[in-house]
Design a protein around this ligand. Structure first.
Ligand code: IVH
Length: 677
């Protein structure tokens, strides 16, 4: 074709270029600026013209063509992508006084007198899920979810369908490589519409807009993501080649210039008082915003100050999420039911008249335990105030006793497990009543669900209903049974066809080589959450070492206190737990954890290190990471307990204090020798 019609080809090529640019422009007007210049029909006509030309001349399609936003093949699983610069998290302030404490702390970290006014940059804290976009020479190359902060899932195909994400930066001189960070959200109205559709088609409703956004983005089929009106608000950068910006405000301006959507409400504030004012103003506006926010984010405006203030436990000390209090509503308790958890704890749950709280419909609220029911005097039929905070299960704040009719019924937890009928027990020092039977199917189901869950072995497709069926059918009596399931056994279950059976078997196969921490977390040891599991994996390096460890070994790890180490000892000294774990290990072989240097280390275990001044090659963040990866922790002030001070140039009062107290001082070179050698 191109040889027969060279002139036509040239014209088509030009028209394709023109249409591509035009559609990008109109996408930007519509999806980023909310200010369209042409009608939907005119836009559709442009889009269809481009589609048809590209169909006739596929080799002329541009790599950033807007038609790439639709289509794309469904995947069987997401690949992992490592972030060039880790995605950190934020510490929280829940009240004004907590925020003021943060401001004072920041003064200390920066060695600035309390009377100095610090310059902060403030903006909305979008309640969605964070995304890392990589642009190479100005073109969108990859998009990944946050994952564990180091690496996330490759959701590039899906992110292309989000119209507010530029496929190409709006600049003639793009940086060679840049990572852009933002939050994917689903506006409240779209969330409600989606939930109505979900229920109409017999599917589960999403608990809140954030879960709906996450569920929409983590679809293996990009066509489903494309059908959900997700949007992206950008707030920061990760890796950036050749970019010389000095402040957070400049970051935002740059992002906006490149064609990203940034929050409409942002401000440079001089000192804590101006931040508090911004916080209050936004609180007033909160219920009128089209999307959910859970607070504001406050950041030191100058990037140099952020680095100087340093990092703690993967959070920059110079930034904070200043959250709003949870939202409350009034409703009625219609009934109280009892759930049996994976450790056997009986949890009373109130079924309430459905009520909307900030973008989500609440139907149940946890009552925690009998003591809480008694303390708050909660009865069936009561009018109550309930609240929902973030991802936490809604809870009852208090009963409105004034409107009691006398018909309300008191509630007591049963003396026997409602599922297996065994007697329940309450230890003197515990609030929970537990079913102590080893054969309780409710516990087994919960344990299996936990092991298979997203943050543990992540067996995709092994949802609640399937676990229920597998256990009820007697196919799964322990962890190991999951790995001996046969094709025919699964196919016979309700809702399974050949393809879904095959998919589940593949997911089980993939789960056989998890990261060590995922296995540790998946065991569901009491008090061992994901973060603790990561520390344990990093410090012990293998499941065998963890099993053999003593209580004193666990306590060497900073985040692990007495409660967790007791729980670990209890878990690993129980012969039945060990038997079940060992039989699981016949099928599952966890991967060895790696740190920066490719090995695990306890070189700085139990040691406290203070950073001060500017180091020659390492940023504060990198130095903190090396310390943590070697089992150490950082502290902001020098005391007798400090093991050593890692000092760079312009080290101020901390260095003097170290000298006065006789605390050892190391240079970066000595520090690297110590951790690498
Ligand atoms: S700055 C060190 N700015 O909140 C991390 N984060 O709790 C820097 N988030 O993972 C984050 N809105 O997903 C920042 N305006 C905003 C944000 C924001 C929402 C999320 C983000 C982050 C989480 C931290």
């Amino acid at each position: 074709m191109s040889q027969r019609e060279p002139a036509g080809h040239q014209e088509v090529s030009e028209r394709i270029r023109e249409l591509t640019a035009l559609i990008h422009h109109h996408d930007f007007r519509y999806y980023v600026l909310d200010d369209p210049e042409i009608s939907d029909a005119a836009y559709d006509a442009l889009f269809r013209e481009l589609q048809s030309l590209e169909k006739q001349y596929p080799d002329l399609r541009l790599s950033d063509s807007p038609t790439l936003r639709v289509g794309g093949k469904a995947l069987s699983q997401f690949k992992k992508i490592k972030h060039r610069v880790p995605m950190l998290s934020l510490a929280n302030a829940l009240t004004g006084p907590e925020f003021l404490e943060f401001d004072q702390r920041v003064h200390r970290f920066l060695d600035r007198p309390e009377t100095d006014t610090l310059e902060y940059y403030t903006e909305l804290k979008f309640d969605g899920l964070s995304l890392n976009l990589t642009y190479e020479n100005g073109k969108l190359a990859h998009a990944a979810t946050r994952g564990d902060g180091e690496a996330g899932e490759d959701v590039t195909q899906n992110v292309r369908t989000i119209r507010s994400v530029p496929l190409k930066l709006r600049t003639k001189n793009p940086p060679q490589l840049i990572e852009i960070r933002g939050e994917v959200i689903l506006p409240i109205e779209d969330f409600e519409k989606l939930n109505r559709q979900q229920l109409d088609s017999g599917q589960k409703a999403f608990a809140n807009p954030r879960n709906a956004a996450a569920g929409s983005l983590r679809q293996l089929d990009p066509a489903i993501t494309a059908s959900r009106p997700l949007t992206l608000y950008c707030y920061g950068l990760g890796y950036a080649s050749e970019l010389a910006l000095k402040t957070m405000a400049e970051y935002q301006d740059q992002l906006s210039e490149w064609g990203f959507r940034v929050g409409a409400y942002r401000r440079i504030c001089q000192g804590a008082d101006e931040v508090l004012k911004f916080y209050r103003e936004i609180q007033e506006k909160r219920s009128h915003l089209p999307f959910e926010i859970d607070g504001i984010v406050v950041k030191l405006n100058r990037l140099r100050d952020i680095d100087l203030a340093g990092y703690i436990a993967r959070s920059p000390r110079g930034m904070i999420a200043f959250k709003y209090p949870p939202r409350q509503e009034t409703t009625t308790i219609e009934d109280i039911v009892v759930q049996v958890g994976r450790t056997g704890a009986l949890t009373p749950v109130a079924q309430v008249t459905p009520v909307r709280i900030g973008g989500a419909t609440v139907r149940r609220a946890t009552l925690h335990n009998q003591d809480e029911i008694d303390r708050k005097d909660i009865r069936i039929g009561d009018r109550v105030i309930i609240q929902r905070a973030g991802d936490v299960i809604p809870e009852v704040v208090k009963v409105i006793t004034d409107v009691r009719t006398g018909k309300e019924k008191k509630f007591n937890l049963p003396k026997f497990c409602p599922v297996c009928g065994s007697a329940v027990e309450r230890k003197p020092d515990e609030a929970a009543v537990r079913c102590v039977s080893r054969n309780c199917v409710a516990q087994l189901k919960e344990r299996i669900r936990h092991l298979a869950s997203l943050d543990a072995l992540n067996i995709e497709g092994l949802g609640d209903r399937i676990v229920e069926q597998l256990v009820d059918a007697g196919l799964v009596k322990n962890y190991a049974d999951l790995f001996t399931l046969k094709y025919d056994q699964i196919l016979e279950l309700e809702g399974f066809a050949e393809k879904s059976t095959q998919k589940l078997l593949e997911a089980i196969e993939r789960a056989k080589t998890p990261d060590l921490y995922r296995l540790i977390y998946g065991l569901g040891i009491r008090h061992v959450g994901e973060k603790t599991a990561k520390s344990l994996a990093k410090c012990f390096g293998s499941i065998e070492k963890l099993i053999e460890a003593q209580e004193s070994d666990y306590e060497l790890i900073h985040e692990i206190g007495v409660e967790i180490s007791k729980s670990l000892v209890q878990y690993f000294s129980d012969s039945q737990n060990l038997k079940e774990l060992r039989s699981l290990l016949r099928f599952v072989e966890p991967k060895k954890p790696k740190n920066l240097h490719g090995e695990t280390s306890l070189k700085l275990a139990g040691k406290t290190i203070v950073l001060t001044g500017t180091l020659p090659t390492l940023s504060r963040g990198e130095a903190t990471r090396i310390i943590e990866e070697n089992g150490g922790k950082t502290s902001s002030s020098v005391s007798k307990k400090t093991t050593f001070v890692l000092a760079g140039e312009e080290a101020g009062s901390k260095l003097e204090k170290a000298k006065a107290l006789g605390v050892e001082v190391l240079s970066e070179e000595e520090f690297l020798k110590l951790t690498r050698g």
